[in-house]
Write a protein that binds this ligand. Structure first.
Ligand code: NAG
Ligand code: NAG
Length: 191
């Protein structure tokens, strides 16, 4: 075989292998079918409760700094700081409790005068009936307030067309390490 054929085979094998690993989305025809059935679908409310583990120090951080402005270090709110997270979600506050998914995305300091993070992330669920489904969050997170309310702007899988609210409450914040465990309660409308 020439080099091109080998390359084509490798690409083909990679593309073919992917669906078996990540078979979480339906084909577009099934998605269209789901939309056609919407008029007779009933809207329901689902509540989720889990803990989010943001580890920024140690050997295996789950959130890593990716950018900062030249002025970030001089800012009282670290304005301009950006971090990429892949934080585990568990049923309980104990990091070793049953995993239910990951929070993948970016948070950054978006407030100059008061600390408010821009949160843009996907909750990717891995447990039971929610396995493979996601919820998208786009909101403001003033982390030192008791409760922070962030919009759920959409979802996939069992959460298609979801909209709702995620409420975050810090369970533990280690001021030395910066690591945090945050309790999340999510309420959504979906079909
Ligand atoms: C979730 O789905 C993946 C594949 O899509 C599968 O490998 C995994 O075992 C499933 N997990 C659970 C808890 O069902
Ligand atoms: C907070 O973090 C520091 C530094 O990593 C660690 O030594 C300490 O044990 C942590 N405190 C708690 C209560 O986990």
């Amino acid at each position: 075989m020439d080099k091109l054929a080998v390359l084509a085979l490798i690409v083909f094998a990679a593309v073919m292998a992917l669906p078996f690993v990540w078979c979480t989305a339906d084909d577009p025809e099934k998605v269209a079918e789901w939309f056609r059935a919407l008029p007779s679908a009933k809207e329901k409310t689902t509540q989720l409760h889990f803990y989010f583990h943001d580890t920024v120090t140690g050997k295996n951080p789950t959130a890593v700094p990716i950018a900062r402005a030249p002025s970030t270090d001089k800012s009282p709110t670290m304005f301009g700081f950006l971090s990429m997270m892949d934080d585990p979600l568990t049923v309980g506050p104990d990091p070793n409790s049953e995993p239910v998914g990951r929070a993948q995305g970016i948070y950054g300091s978006a407030g100059q005068d008061s600390l408010g993070l821009l949160m843009t992330l996907n909750f990717m669920f891995t447990s039971k009936e929610y396995n493979g489904s996601t919820l998208s969050v786009l909101g403001r997170n003033p982390i030192f307030e008791t409760y922070r309310e962030m919009p759920i702007t959409g979802g996939t899988g069992v959460f298609r067309l979801a909209r709702g609210i995620a409420t975050a409450k810090t369970h533990v914040f280690n001021t030395t390490s910066g690591d945090a465990i945050v309790e999340y309660k999510v309420i959504i409308l979906h079909y």
